[in-house]
Design a protein around this ligand. Structure first.
Ligand code: ARG
Ligand code: ZN
Length: 881
């Protein structure tokens, strides 16, 4: 097939461009019928390249004019195709290239480049969207200073925005007006943005630590400004936090955020003009859940933090994507930890990593945090680059300590400001700041795969010596058969019988750095001397490394850690390990035709924790949250039968609900009693709701009339979306007799709020019921659904594929077939969206043989389609390899 011939881009082939772009002037003439873009570039040859052909990127472009130094080029002097422009013999010195391209933003369904969203003109240029606007060196290492003039009809687009600071604006007298923006900070093309539309603004201001007054504005569709209040508050807290924690100050007179309803990703950090998926801006208690609020806070922070880690210092090439993304995720995680509960945030992040990144790292799409080759860069905006990339930074901090880490960051900011940098340059700053050789640490960037650390222990009573053997192994991943040992920080405690950490008189066998062992070899035997009794080991506290741990602690030890560990993360981990062990065993029993059975001691231990007034509600909610069916399937790893997992999972939840019933009921009732308290989306309020809704979910599993009455009551009396949505989801997922009426009432009330329609779609798509697939197919015809809107597609089809293991994984293959058909159908219009959906098949080889064959048939059906996009062809090729 022709797609297989997409060229491989390799890190090893990196070369600078022959020309630099010193200055860019863009003029956009926007009308609903057509858009003209006049670009004027001042180019100059880099040393020794004068006179070389100038070859610029394009993508689906139409050139209408080209001139060099004011003279229009003859046809034999250049070649212009949709995806490339060549000026055969440019002048020897610096020269001025003028190009005019004609675009059709209304027909741009790929949502890359300049497109229209609900009547607003907007752009998305990362990674390679700028080349859909004009011919350019569309790569991150070509930095230039941009001046942008926008001309547009006044009625349709009273608001005209671009990067940098506003320079001038005025009326053109013929119903059109214009605005000029200038961005003094040199930037690569992927950070370019333009927005033109009839939008409302929520305005505010922020004074930086250096005394600069910055005008802040969040632009939204008409009438939505009140829903941007939380985003604005998050923005101001982010600006302050980056000054206090990283010493980073904002550097323009304005900072604008625009929320659009059609967006392929979460948001984009364009210099001074962040463009967001409206999902990460719009909130009020009526329409947004606690999770939505937390998401807004995190994404607003993330994009703002990119101003330094991404914009002021960018990436030399796309292989270095984690240089800005891993680091910026690390920064937003730290911010959220400071705003909320650090322990709860750490647990949520570890859960996310395990559910999203571990399966990626252990499957056909595995790639290093810093990949060395790609066919389509959009397919590398992954959990590995983002979330594992953040964990690598966190390990670096653990390894060299907080002070050296802070000095390394400062050095990075001063040394590379204004540059397009590499991971090697970044790491060199920390090597210098700490005096540590970080070459061995680079394995985390260069090699894919999740290491497993196997732990063996022994206790020598006579010698009072405790010994741990820690052995690491990383499985082979595509293209990387053998793996080097990694530097693994193991934050540890040795817990004594009184629940306190014991202090050994000596430790040998590995480097020790405070409470952290540093593993560097394939295996370490570490001895701890002078202990009064055998300790219970608490390893990888705070999830100190993104690894899998194989350790056979007894139930008694795990229950002891659950009750006593000084480290909250490991208390939760002990509970999760107990639950997971029970769930895997129960799944095996089901597959062997036996009834699943469960130990009661771990459940009673959870009950005790629920009674502990010292523990906060959010933490308790995490303690009783049962690992998901997908989590269990991942642990089972091969020959997975999702029905067997579901049967075991249900039996386990019934057992918990039965044993803890009185306590769970008391939690729900206490929360009902607090129902009149005003809604505040902070850590305390969301913790209380999360505990109550988790308890209600467990209670409902018994199906008792009493429990379901509690759920219905919550649905009817809820005064916020968190509780209403939790109750609706339970009714729908249990197939309750009141579910249809509840869905209808919900739609009646919120059917005109697209972001809430998404919740309504997802609740139905994730219902573990035999009728779900038919329902989902019917919903694709619903007037509130549209294949053109990525949020709608993800809410319905994405939720079905990712959150409904038994129905996506139906034994008859119809779930796979349905999703495959949608991918084929979407690919031409929006390849990025189609490719994202396709990733839901990545673990197809883990199924039992029958489902594996069904999944393969579905994948091959996509492969058989003509004209696959590079995005889908690349994922497909790797998934089937
Ligand atoms: N840089 C954006 C972020 O903040 C993501 C943009 C990704 N866009 C894309 N088309 N791949 O994470
Ligand atoms: Zn980012």
């Amino acid at each position: 097939m022709s797609q297989d011939s997409a060229p491989v881009i390799r890190l090893a082939d990196y070369r600078p461009t022959p020309y630099a772009i010193d200055k860019v002037d863009l003029e956009f003439d926007l009308t609903p019928e057509r858009t003209l873009v006049a670009a004027t570039l001042v180019l100059s040859p880099r040393a020794g390249t004068a006179g070389e052909p100038l070859v610029l990127n394009g993508d689906e472009l139409t050139l209408v004019r080209i001139a060099v130094d004011g003279r229009e080029l003859r046809e034999d002097e250049y070649e212009a195709s949709a995806d490339r422009l060549t000026v055969k013999a440019p002048p020897a010195g610096s020269f001025r290239l003028e190009m005019t391209t004609r675009l059709d933003p209304a027909a741009n369904t790929k949502l890359m480049g300049l497109y229209r969203s609900s009547g607003t003109w907007c752009t998305q240029c990362e990674a390679e969207g700028f080349r859909r606007i004009t011919y350019y060196y569309d790569r991150p290492d070509v930095l230039s200073v941009f001046t942008v003039k926008i001309v547009a009809p006044k009625i349709e687009a009273p608001i005209l925005l671009s990067n940098g600071n506003p320079v001038s604006s005025g009326d053109l007298g013929d119903g059109r007006h214009f605005a000029v923006w200038h961005d003094p900070w040199p930037k690569p093309s992927y950070l370019f943005a333009l927005v033109a539309g009839d939008l409302d603004a929520l305005e505010d201001e922020f004074t930086t630590m250096g005394g600069r007054k910055v005008k802040l504005a969040i632009y939204v569709e008409k009438g939505n400004a009140p829903k941007a209040v939380y985003a604005m508050d998050s923005l101001k807290r982010s600006m302050k936090w980056d000054e206090e924690v990283f010493g980073r100050e904002y550097d323009l007179d304005v900072f604008n955020v625009v929320a659009v309803s059609d967006f392929n990703m979460g948001a984009m950090e364009n210099k001074g003009l962040n463009v967001f998926n409206d999902k990460y801006v719009l909130a009020d208690p009526e329409i947004a859940t606690d999770a939505d609020y937390a998401g807004i806070e995190a994404v607003i922070a993330h994009e703002y933090f990119h101003n330094w880690t991404g914009d002021r210092i960018t990436c030399r090439d796309w292989f270095q994507l984690c240089l800005k993304e891993g680091l910026t995720v690390f920064r937003d995680q730290e911010f959220s930890s400071d705003m909320r509960s650090r322990a709860v945030k750490r647990i949520s992040d570890a859960r996310l990593l395990r559910s999203q990144q571990f399966p990626e790292d252990g499957g056909p799409l595995a790639h290093p945090v810093r990949p060395e080759q790609y066919k389509e860069i959009n397919n590398f905006y992954t959990a590995t680059v983002y979330e594992k990339g953040a964990e690598v930074i966190r390990m670096l901090k653990t390894l060299i300590g907080d002070d050296a880490f802070a000095r390394g960051m400062d050095l990075y900011f001063t040394r590379h400001d204004g540059e397009a940098a590499t991971i090697e340059q970044f790491i060199a700053c920390f090597a210098e700041a700490s005096g540590r050789d970080l070459e061995p640490f680079m394995v985390w960037y260069r090699e894919a795969g999740t290491p497993t650390v196997t732990i063996d222990e022994s206790w020598d009573e006579a010698a009072r010596r405790y010994t741990l053997t820690l052995t690491q192994e990383t499985p082979a991943t595509p293209g990387q058969q053998t793996k080097k040992p990694r530097v693994i920080p193991v934050r540890f405690g040795l817990v004594g019988p009184d629940g306190k950490d014991m202090r050994p008189s000596g430790i040998a066998g590995a480097e020790v750095n405070g409470d952290t062992l540093i593993l560097t070899a394939p295996s370490h035997t570490v001895t701890f001397e002078g202990l009064p009794s055998r300790p219970v080991p608490s390893l990888f506290r705070r999830f100190s490394a993104p690894v899998k741990v194989r350790q056979s602690l007894s139930s008694a030890d795990l229950i002891f850690l659950l009750a006593n560990d000084a480290d909250s993360f490991n208390r939760w981990q002990a509970g999760t390990t107990l639950a997971m062990t029970a769930l895997v065993k129960a799944t095996q029993q089901v597959r062997a035709g036996q009834a699943p059975s469960f130990e009661t001691a771990p459940i009673d231990a959870l009950g005790k924790l629920l009674d502990d007034p010292a523990l906060d509600a959010a933490f308790k909610a995490l303690l009783i949250a049962v690992p998901s069916e997908n989590d269990v399937a991942r642990e089972v790893a091969e020959n997975v039968d999702p029905d067997a997992v579901a049967t075991a999972h249900l039996a386990y939840r019934r057992t918990i609900a039965g044993r803890l019933e009185a306590r769970l009921r008391a939690i729900v009732e206490a929360d009902n009693a607090a129902a009149d308290q005003p809604y505040v989306p902070d850590a305390a309020g969301s913790g209380r709701r999360s505990l109550a809704n988790t308890a209600l979910d467990l209670l409902s599993i018994t199906g008792s009339a009493e429990a379901m009455a509690l759920v219905r009551r919550r649905f009817e009396t809820a005064i916020n979306m968190t509780d209403r949505m939790a109750a609706l989801t339970i009714l729908v997922h249990r197939g309750d007799a009141g579910a249809e009426a509840a869905l209808a009432a919900f739609f009646e009330r919120f059917g005109n709020v697209p972001l809430v329609v998404d919740k309504w779609l997802s609740a139905q798509a994730s219902a573990p019921l035999p009728g779900t697939l038919d329902k989902v197919m019917t919903l694709t015809q619903h007037p509130a659904f549209s294949f053109g809107n990525p949020n709608r597609v993800r809410a319905l089809v994405g939720a079905f594929a990712t959150s409904n293991p038994t129905q996506f994984g139906r034994a008859d293959g119809k779930g796979f077939g349905f999703v495959a058909d949608i991918i084929s159908r979407l690919d031409a219009a929006n390849p990025q969206l189609a490719a994202r959906l396709l990733v839901t098949f990545r673990s197809w080889r883990s199924y039992e043989p029958k489902r594996r064959a069904q999944a393969e048939t579905a994948l091959r059906s996509i492969q058989g389609k003509p004209q696959l996009s590079r995005d889908v062809a690349d994922i497909l090729e790797r998934t089937l390899a």
